[in-house]
Design a protein around this ligand. Structure first.
Ligand SMILES: C[S@@+](CC[C@H](N)C(=O)[O-])C[C@H]1O[C@@H](n2cnc3c(N)ncnc32)[C@H](O)[C@@H]1O
Length: 291
């Protein structure tokens, strides 16, 4: 005999905290109603299936909302000017980024927005005030600018041909707005690392990197650069856009040197934000931990 099993909002809240509203109650009521004639293991299986499905849907909805929120931070000029620029709202500031003519460093890539949004919305846990930060492959400089506006002492780096535009953007958006004036410096991955960033005199609390892994022939040099700059207590914040299998394997190679933790994931953008620290590092006393 079938009979209707009613589920109220309170039940939904208790067992399915990610759901809300009448639609969810009705949906779950039907699930229970249909399953009354099944054995208890079939019943459990069905419940688990449905729960997973609903959890997945709730996760997708939440991701969609955050992605919308991240993309809303970007705006474009009302009128077209001779110099192309795009605007962003982060850390309580309007940031204007001038685009360059170089192909990869020309525009702000979505990974940079994901990283900036994370830094802004997690500024208590990842407090950047007075922290030494280096960004590699900074491109047009958005991440470096946001880290500076959040109080860090930033070194923005990229290939020599990118530095003019990077310097322009960094200066235009941080002058008289930041606790520490950021600096811009050449860092070609794997080249003259010890000469330009001697291990004995450089210490970075954070290494930031957004969308530095793609189809280019310098993946070995990139790994070497992370390795050179990263001390035992350095935290790497790396936003990775997944594209082709070959480049995606970089994550496995990266993990031979660093412990990797996913701190944000956006499947709809194919972007994952990782936090990483050197493998086998000596443990720092809790009072010295910065994050
Ligand atoms: C896809 S862009 C990302 C730029 C910026 N991080 C963003 O997300 O908007 C990749 C960046 O890596 C830099 N890059 C590529 N190869 C490099 C190398 N061998 N050494 C240093 N930087 C490099 C490019 O110049 C470019 O700025």
């Amino acid at each position: 005999m079938l009979f209707r099993c009613c589920i109220g909002k309170e039940d939904v809240k208790q067992f399915y905290p990610f759901l809300a509203g009448r639609q969810a109650c009705a949906y779950l009521s039907v699930v229970f109603w249909l399953s009354m004639d099944l054995t208890s293991s079939q019943h459990n299986h069905l419940n688990n299936e449905q729960r997973r499905k609903l959890e997945r849907q709730a996760g997708e909805k939440e991701e969609e909302q955050i992605v919308t929120e991240i993309m809303r931070r970007r705006f474009f000029p009302d009128v077209i000017t001779y110099k192309a620029w795009e605007g962003f709202h982060f850390a309580g500031h309007e940031i204007r980024i001038t685009e360059a003519t170089d192909c990869y460093g020309a525009v702000v890539w979505p990974s940079a927005l994901v990283l900036c949004y994370f830094l802004e919305t997690n500024s208590k846990q990842y407090n950047l005030v007075d922290k030494n930060v280096i960004e590699i492959g900074a491109g047009t400089g958005l991440v470096s600018i946001v880290a500076s506006l959040l109080g860090a002492l930033v070194t923005a780096t990229d290939l020599p041909e990118l530095l003019g535009n990077l310097q322009h953007n960094v200066l235009q958006n941080t002058k008289l707005k930041c606790k520490h004036q950021p600096c811009v410096k050449e860092l070609s991955w794997g080249i003259d690392l010890e000469k330009n960033f001697p291990r004995a005199s450089y210490h970075f609390d954070y290494i930031m990197a957004a969308d530095v892994v793609y189809h280019h022939p310098f993946l070995d040099e990139l790994l070497l650069t992370f390795d050179h700059l990263c001390k035992n207590d350095t935290v790497i914040m790396w936003a990775m856009k997944f594209r082709l299998d070959n480049e995606n394997q970089f994550v496995d190679r990266f993990q031979t040197l660093f412990d990797l933790e996913v701190i944000s994931n956006f499947p709809s953008l194919n972007i994952t934000l990782y936090k990483a620290m050197r493998k086998g590092r000596m443990k720092v006393r809790p009072s010295k931990l910065s994050v």
